[in-house]
Structures are given as C-alpha cells and as structure tokens.
Design a protein around this ligand. Structure first.
Ligand SMILES: [Fe+2]
Ligand SMILES: [Fe+2]
Length: 292
C-alpha cells in the first residue's frame, strides 16, 4: 500500500483513469451452491448478509450525492457522478437478483431486513442530508478498502469463491476502486467538514459490524447453525483473526481519519488493469458460466 505524505488536500485521480459502467449478467441461480464461499456456511452468509445490503445501501449513496449535485460546477466531477450513479445502479440490480435467489431458497429474513434498511436510509436522507453524504463517503471508503484487499489477496478472497459468484466479486470490487473518489470529491465541494466525516465513519463502523451480525444470525438459524460453536469460531476468525478480512484492512481503514485524507492517496488503480483489459476484450464475460 502506497500512502502519500502530502499535507495539502489534492484530489488526484490516477493517470488514464476512467469510470466505466458495465452492465453484466451473472449466473447466480437457485442451482448455485448453497455455500459458495470456501464451502463454508459462515463465510458464505457473511457475504450474503453484506452483499444484500447493497440494493438499499447503493441507492442511498446515489440519493445522497444527487441531493447536492447542483452545487457542483466542475463538469468532470458532474460526469463522474453520472458514471458513479450508473455503476451503483448496476451493482444494486445485481445484488437484488442475488437476494431474490436467497429468498427463493428460503432465506426470508433478507426481504424483511432490506425493507427496514431501505426505510431507515430514506429517513436519514430526508432528516440529515449532509450527514447522509458523510456516511456515504465513509461507506465508500469501506467498499474501496475491502475491494483493494480482495485484489491484493486473491488466494483469500477470490480463489475460494465458486465460479457462479466469482465474476460478480471481481466486477463489483473493480468498479468500487474505479469510483472510490467521486462521493468524496463531491463532499469536499459541498461541505468538507473533517469532524463530520470522522463522526460519520465512527458511527458507520459500529453500525456496519452490528448490521452484519444482525443479518447473519437468521441466515445461520435457517440452516440450524445459529448456535453452532465451530461455525462461529471459524467465522469470527475469518473476520477478526490474524488473516481476517477486517484485520487485514485495518491500516488502510485508519487512513480515513487523517485530516488531509483523499481516497486516491492509495494509488491502487493498477490492481484492476487485468479486469479492465479482460472486460474490454470480452474475456471476462466469456468466462461467466452459462446459466444452467
Ligand atoms: Fe457498488
Ligand atoms: Fe461504491
């Protein structure tokens, strides 16, 4: 991880950077394996719980930015907001389809939990629009650092994924890296308060961790594993152990609290060079398994 030590705030998209919305159809169906991540119930339900918050979450990000886009005069940033919104719309749609598969397979809690989340986030937009934008950049930092980790540790976070889900993993993570600076740059124009964004990050961090547990529990309960010791032991180690996802991203996460932080201080655009190339020459979509 390369971190700039510059003291002044300089938004700096990488050279040749583009945000390209890519509409992709995946092969995630009721026939896909139940435990599609490492053949493991907890790890799979961790990602099921996390990914299925995206339809409500990503619509919230788009609304939060759209609320203030009339204040943004820079044409390049306006275009980036369009592309960011299109990408998030596509992600939201893909994870909605993923959620539908889970609901059809009997994981009914997803439907109820998503409804509650959607109502709560609409309320937050309405009552606290500026804070909603700060929450958006906090969560965009989360998605950017997790995506970064997916790409630098493929043996931990890509190779264990079943082929039906793997393309969605790589696609979403790549596009999160691509657009990681957009909401932040909009926030800098609209508000820019460091205190507000740090408070938003503190609250969001606690909320995300709580939400994941609240959402995992009913998924495990449906499988008869809600109180299974070894399942939880392995799951907690996957999240917080030495090679745990949250442990590995901790240093990158903390960067956000620096007063001169900018998402592109970590120049990781080159991590997705192969993905971009594969997509552009058709290899990526050709390798998505045919629905069966
Ligand atoms: Fe996304
Ligand atoms: Fe995003």
């Amino acid at each position: 991880m390369t971190v700039s030590t510059t003291q002044e705030h300089i938004p700096h998209n990488p050279e040749g950077h583009e945000i390209k919305p890519r509409l992709v159809t995946f092969n995630i169906t009721e026939k896909s394996p139940q435990y599609w991540f490492d053949n493991d119930p907890f790890k799979t339900h961790f990602f099921n719980a996390f990914f299925t918050t995206f339809p409500a979450g990503e619509s919230f990000f788009v609304r939060s930015v759209a609320k203030y886009r009339h204040l943004i005069k820079d044409e390049k940033l306006q275009q980036e907001i369009n592309d960011f919104s299109s990408q998030e719309g596509n992600h939201s749609h893909a994870h909605d389809l993923h959620a539908d598969v889970l609901i059809k397979n009997g994981y009914k809690s997803i439907k109820r939990d998503n409804k509650i989340l959607d109502v709560a986030l609409h309320g937050l937009n309405k009552v606290m629009p500026r804070f909603s934008l700060a929450v958006t950049i906090a969560i965009e930092h989360f998605t950017a650092i997790l995506s970064h980790q997916v790409y630098i540790s493929p043996e931990l976070f890509i190779e264990p994924v079943h082929e039906d889900y793997e393309p969605m993993f790589r696609w979403h993570a790549a596009e999160e890296i691509e657009h990681k600076g957009v909401a932040f740059d909009a926030y800098q124009v609209v508000d820019g308060s460091v205190i507000q964004r740090n408070i938003a990050m503190g609250i969001t961090t606690v909320a995300i961790i709580m939400l994941i547990f609240i959402r995992i529990f009913p998924l495990l309960r449906k499988d008869g594993l809600a109180f299974d010791g070894p399942t939880w032991k392995g799951g907690l180690s996957f999240m917080f152990g030495k090679q745990g996802l949250f442990t590995l991203v901790l240093d990158h996460y903390k960067e956000f609290y620096r007063s001169d932080f900018h998402p592109w201080d970590v120049q990781d655009y080159d991590l997705i060079t192969d993905f971009r190339k594969d997509f552009d020459d058709g290899t990526f979509e050709k390798n998505i398994p045919v629905p069966g």
